[in-house]
Ligand binder design. Structure first.
Ligand SMILES: [Zn+2]
Length: 111
């Protein structure tokens, strides 16, 4: 699964969504902003435990819908003190994959 994500990310390197940044902060005061693309393409993440949760989206026909949520846990070593810095990727695996698969192929981006 992790390989699938990394290859999807690499195909989506021009995707605007992946240019969003996430801030990583260490206990020692070091902080760094990296793009979603940089982080995920380097493979510095782990796939967390899937949990079931009740969707807050309620319509006339759907209510109490159970959805699966799998977090992506980011981790990297602090370049200053060597401690691990961890963060949870803001988008769950279930939402990330369709977003990457929907994106137009690279060729269209250069037109
Ligand atoms: Zn540190």
């Amino acid at each position: 699964m992790k390989d699938t994500i990394i290859s999807l990310i690499k195909k989506n390197r021009n995707n605007y969504f992946l240019k969003n940044k996430i801030e990583l902060k260490c206990k020692c005061g070091f902080s760094e902003k990296v793009t979603y693309y940089d982080f995920l393409s380097m493979g510095e993440f782990d796939i967390g435990q899937t949990t079931q949760t009740i969707s807050t989206y309620i319509s006339e026909s759907i209510y109490d819908e159970t959805i699966r949520v799998t977090p992506l846990n980011l981790s990297r070593k602090c370049p200053v003190c060597g401690e691990g810095i961890t963060a949870i990727f803001p988008i769950s695996l279930e939402n990330l994959i369709p977003m990457l698969q929907m994106a137009p192929p690279d060729l269209l981006m250069y037109g």
